[in-house]
Design a protein around this ligand. Sequence first.
Ligand SMILES: Cc1cc2nc3c(=O)[nH]c(=O)nc-3n(C[C@H](O)[C@H](O)[C@H](O)COP(=O)(O)O)c2cc1C
Length: 220
Amino acid sequence: MDALKAIRHRRSVRSYTDRPVPDDDLDQILRLALLAPTGSNAQAWSLIVVRDADKRRQLADLIVRGAGKYFAIMRPPADGATPDEHAAWAADYAEQVLGTYRQVPVWVVGLIVPRHLFPDGHEDDERLSDVQSLGFAMENLFVAARAKGLGTVPTVFHWFERDAFRQLFDLPADVDSPVLTPVGYPTEFPKGLPPRLADIRRPWRTLVHDESWGNPRQEA
Ligand SMILES: Cc1cc2nc3c(=O)[nH]c(=O)nc-3n(C[C@H](O)[C@H](O)[C@H](O)COP(=O)(O)O)c2cc1C
C-alpha cells in the first residue's frame, strides 16, 4: 500500500486479534517512525517495544483501568446515577470496548527524553518541540503500520494510571510518555468513523484558511 493510501485508510483501531506481528515488520515500522522530523535534530525520543506476555497483561490492565477513569470524566452520568454507579458504568464500558487489548501482541510506548539543548528559561519551548517531534514519529508509525495491514491507535489512557505506568517501565524522573499504541492485526479495519464521530467532523475547507484567518479555503 502506498503512502497516500495508507494515510487515507489509517483509522484508530480498538479491536484486535492475537495474531503475532512479525519482527521484521515491527522493526521496519519502528525505523520509519524514527525518520520523522525532530526539532533541533535532538531525537529527544525513545520507543519501548512491549512483547513480554506478563508486561503486556499489566499494561493492558492499566490502560483499561485508565480508560474507565477517562470515560467517567468525559461522559455524562446517567440520570440519577451516583458517582460510584457512574464510575462502575465507566469501568464496565472500558472493558467492553477495549477488552481485546489483552490479546494485542505488541505495544509501542512513545517517550520524551529531554536533551536540555535550549537555554534556561526556554524549557517550555523545548518541551513543545519534543512533544511535536514524538507526535510526528508516532504518525509515521501509524501510517507505516497501516500500510502493512497493522492497526494502531494513539492512546493516552495511561495518564490516568500514571504511577503504575511509570513503575511498570522503570521510567527516569525526566522521561515521560505522552502517547503509546497497541500494534496488532485488527478484527477488521474500521471503514470510516463511527456515525457519532463522523457527524461532528468539520468540512476540511473550513479548517484551511486562504492567506489569512477567516477565509475558508476556496475551490480552485
Ligand atoms: C492526542 C491524541 C490522543 C488520543 N487518545 C486516545 C486514547 O487515549 N484512546 C483512544 O482510543 N483514542 C485516542 N485518540 C484517537 C482519536 O479518538 C481518533 O484519532 C479520532 O477519534 C479520529 O479517529 P481516527 O483516528 O480513526 O481518524 C487520540 C488521538 C490523538 C490525536
